[in-house]
Design a protein around this ligand. Sequence first.
Ligand code: PMP
Length: 398
Amino acid sequence: MNDRSPFSRADRLLGIEVSGIVRISEAAALLRAEGKHVIDLGVGEPDFPTPEHVVDAAFQAARNGKTRYTANSGTPELRAAIGKRHDATEKEVLVSTGAKQVIFNALMATLNVGDEVIFAAPFWTTYMDMVQIVGGRAVVVQTADTGLKITPEQLENAITKRTRWLLLNNPGNPSGAVYRPDELVALADVLRRHPQIAVMSDEIYREISYAPFVSLRDAAPDLRERMLVVDGASKAYAMTGWRMGWGVGPQSLIGNMAIVQGQSTSCASSISQAAVLAALTGPDDYLAERCRSFRDRSLFLIEKLRATRLFDCAAPDGAFYLFPRCARALGMKQPDGKVIATDDDVSRYLMQEAHVAVVPGGLFGSPGHLRISYALKQDELADACRRIAEACGRLTPF
Ligand code: PMP
């Protein structure tokens, strides 16, 4: 039962806390306050700057008086540019304050209490909390033993009469997994047998894919009528702080999402919209270059982690995270005699001993793993790897 103090939480917030990743940032901040140099491999944003022509466009927009509310769903020019990117019409596009708000709009607009949303673990932590906030039920499919991707059999088994959405994150955070076209086709076969289920494809990392990226929207065009693509500027264009995301889907769904947005935040920032228009319509040769750089860093990090012999690392296909198993670190003894029992302990140990922040896999629904971001400058990454190797070297078998 909730308490009755003036600011007691609404029932829908019970059990939901500030993210565990924030807890790790706080531990890092404490060490920094003691003068220690902490390297943060917990970050979820590109280290690159926002491209200069994009910043210029924002400056121009502000100077030219584009400082008022725009249409609730986004400016016509931006919606048209987004439509072009996703082979959709302007009316099938909603511009929001980040991809996060797109997902929230969609769930809020469609879920009734007890409706189910299927997604894979490891998952982006927000999926779990958002589904709960809007009264839905998360149905989590564990993919730690299936290459960090949901299989058609797993999907079929997870579907019930209450299923409303399959939420597919492709490329995945924290998995780094990217679905191949044949895998998407196989999932689409299952979905065709269940026409009542909607599909949300969160493609916020689509520009950071090491093989050519294929969206479910293109692999199975017949599903477009019940599909929402979630995308945004945060990761592709290094614009996390500009808060710009968009949803692409059938007009009826987009209309209902626009109602949620209209009654909660209204349009996204007019200046950010002008900036993203420049990002989408201007030169974009830097994207491939940045993607290559992420790939090089992933290969560097894998090699170093494998050398410790404590982490099992599959090469990611995209995004900028590794999600290694840390099973062989469990049961090892720290120099102070404590035994490492969980992924949480590994994360704490690396923070204390190496001053390196990594996130335990349990926070993403797959304990026994770590999420390690490589969206860092190469010299910092090398420094972090050196420190991790040294700290691992001080562990002894129990
Ligand atoms: N989806 C995934 C999988 C993410 O990792 C993130 C950002 N961490 C988002 C959506 C939200 O991105 P934004 O709100 O910055 O557009």
